[in-house]
Design a protein around this ligand. Structure first.
Ligand code: ZN
Length: 243
């Protein structure tokens, strides 16, 4: 079985369509969405509808909850707040109901799925260091945990006491029965690791491997649409720069 993990789409339809096409080309059996379907981009309704059709498992992100209840924007910066107010006015009632019903954390087979962190997922903390990763390994029991939220892909393994961050885009855990993994699958619609290509991950349960994939998409078209709805210029330029 090959699972694709997508996260942080942020209403970027061009990026989402490119990733779905790439997943299809790579013989993915099931696509799992780790949240933040909306916020920042110009196509929140289209992205919610595509995800709801294509992803049997979808998790809630902090922008998704903020779009249905603006009280959740306390920790948002001014750009994110402007974007989420527009998103909230634009989303249809049925798409809001879809977002509202999403779970914050889920276990599927040997995987824990959560947008932010296994530790207190409703607090929307970030995992940005090995120390934070090590702490979070205590809060899931499965072999693998997949997260999003930082918009930066990351692979961390724990084998006994040995905790390691991996620089590459691929990890094999075949014949490593003691190895557990905490993986950030990166961002489809707003990557922040200085690479403007869309990012998502593929877990192969037969090969026992995880691959981070990068996909080119027409980001200038996404930018044009964002300008036409008067999104802050900072948000428009950042998707071109991947930061
Ligand atoms: Zn996000």
């Amino acid at each position: 079985m090959r699972f694709a993990f997508i996260s942080d789409i942020h209403a970027n339809l061009e990026a989402l369509e490119a990733v779905f096409a790439d997943a299809d080309k790579n013989r993915v059996d099931e696509i799992i969405c780790l949240g933040d379907i909306v916020g920042y981009g110009a196509n929140p309704n289209e992205c919610v509808e595509l995800v709801s059709k294509n992803c049997p498992v979808t998790l809630l992100g902090n922008h998704d909850i903020a779009a249905i209840n603006l009280e959740y924007t306390q920790n948002f910066n001014i750009h994110a707040r402007i974007a989420i107010e527009w998103t909230s006015q634009t989303l249809s009632e049925s798409n809001k109901s879809f977002l509202k019903a999403l779970p914050v954390k889920k276990t599927k087979e040997a995987m824990t799925l959560v947008h932010s962190t296994p530790y207190e997922p409703n607090m929307w903390y970030y995992i940005t260091s090995l120390e934070e990763a090590a702490f979070n390994f205590q809060f899931f029991n499965t072999r693998v945990c997949i997260v999003g939220h930082t918009h930066i892909p990351m692979i961390v393994t724990l084998e006994g006491d040995d905790i390691r961050g991996h620089q590459g885009k691929f990890i094999s855990f075949k014949d490593r029965d003691m190895m557990r993994l905490l993986i950030n699958t990166g961002s489809v619609g707003q990557p922040r690791d200085r690479d403007n290509r869309s990012c998502y991950g593929i877990l192969d349960t037969c090969d026992e491997s995880f691959t981070i994939r990068r996909v080119n998409y027409n980001f200038m078209k996404s930018q044009e649409k964002m300008r036409s709805i008067k999104m802050p210029e900072f948000l428009v330029t950042r998707i071109g720069e991947g930061r």
